[in-house]
Design a protein around this ligand. Structure first.
Ligand code: PLP
Length: 379
């Protein structure tokens, strides 16, 4: 059935009316409409081990509920983790052995780069780095084992051609993992574009309220899912049931939140691009953006991320200090607008006046007015 994103996030993991009532009949009157979190390290288990729920590190009904819902949106089996980095490291550490080759964009999320350059390289995984450009990554595929891409890149918001990369990788026998954190499965269901794995930090837009850390891996095959799940069980990188429940609760409004964030992102990017004191405004859904055509082709919808550059670090700090609605904070994708001068971390290769802004769910007119007055104060 062709249903919209607002309905999909509400019905994900549940029986659609078209499927008929659940096998065990209609829910009993008086039972809650949505399940509560299950807090358990220990389950009753008599005799020979049996059933799904034996011990809290192996399985939890609240994870299962969220994983079923995310699995519907991703189009594959999902394993949730305690954070985005726990999910990413499950893929990178479990699927790569010494001597195998990882192709990694030189501008992907900094913690992934440092895991690869530190731990993975030390254990003998061979790194091939290239800029996040389709051609540059294609050139690295020969003889590789895993291609990691991020769409759009964070913080510079470049977009690569996922379909071209996954089909070339398939021909070359290379697995592809896509970091879809900034898009969520609604904007980029990467498995449907041919990826083997979609990896996300649900800390960002998916959970979206700046109050928890969580991550997930969606797998194209049961074999991959089994390897990723067994990694979680043996390392213990499990989500807390309360975090999983909160993320599932937040999923219900993902479509609404992304719609407002995307509208705000486009409005703010347009206003910034029209200002003579702002350079290099990036928002893939802004007509004229270098990624506009690819974003329209591959991404199902927009988000609230905008990046831009002011004259210098001082101008950027004045902008951040003058804003009333945009909190100076790292991370993005939440209901509150945030922004930061990325160069303060000395982790990304960006201009000192470079700002990454995440438009939240404020009223568009209010956010525009605030961004405009902050820009005036900056110069
Ligand atoms: C934040 C982020 C991560 C890491 O997620 P955590 O939940 O912070 O561990 C990975 N990839 C991208 C693109 C991110 O923005």
């Amino acid at each position: 059935v062709d249903i919209g994103d607002g309905t999909r996030v509400l019905r994900a993991g549940a029986h659609l009316p078209e499927d008929g009532p659940p096998e065990d009949g209609l829910p009993q009157d008086g039972t809650p409409l949505v399940p509560s979190p299950v807090f358990a390290s220990t389950y009753h288990l008599r005799g020979e081990p049996h059933g799904d729920f034996q011990y809290g590190r192996t399985a939890n009904p609240t994870w299962t509920h969220l994983e079923t819902a995310l699995g519907d949106l991703e189009g594959g089996e999902v394993v949730t983790f305690s954070s985005g980095m726990a999910a990413a490291s499950a893929v990178l550490i479990q699927l790569l052995r010494p001597g195998q080759v990882l192709v990694l964009p030189s501008d992907c999320y900094y913690a992934i780069r440092s895991l690869a350059e530190g731990f993975l390289a030390e254990t003998g995984v061979v790194l091939r780095r290239a800029e996040s450009r389709t051609e540059a990554l294609l050139e690295q595929l020969d003889g590789a084992d895993l291609l990691w891409i991020e769409v759009p890149t964070n913080p510079r918001l470049d977009v690569v051609d996922v379909r071209r990369l996954t089909s070339a990788a398939r021909r070359a026998g290379v697995l592809v993992a896509v970091d879809t954190t900034t898009m969520t499965p609604l904007g980029l269901p990467a498995l449907t574009l041919g990826a083997d794995l979609a990896v996300a930090s649900d800390t960002k837009a998916l959970a979206g309220h700046s109050d928890l850390l969580l991550g997930h891996v969606a797998c194209a095959t049961p074999e991959l899912a089994q390897r990723i799940r067994s990694w979680r069980t043996s390392t213990g990188a499990i989500p807390g049931p309360f975090e999983a429940w909160l993320a599932h609760r937040s999923l219900a409004t993902l479509d609404l939140r992304l719609a407002r964030q995307a509208a705000n992102g486009l409005a703010v990017a347009g206003a910034l691009a029209a200002s003579p004191v702002v350079r290099d405004v990036r928002h893939p859904w802004l007509p004229g953006d270098p990624a506009f055509a690819l974003a329209g082709d591959q991404l199902r919808r927009g988000n609230g991320l905008v990046s831009f550059t002011l004259a210098d670090a001082e101008a950027a700090d004045r902008f951040l200090g003058a804003s009333r609605l945009i909190a100076e904070a790292t991370s993005f994708g939440g209901v509150h607008s945030t922004a930061e001068r990325r160069a303060r971390w000395q982790a990304d290769d960006v201009h000192p006046g470079f700002i990454r802004m995440s438009c939240g769910c404020e009223d568009t007119a209010d956010l525009l007015a605030d961004a405009t007055q902050a820009l005036t104060a900056a110069h």
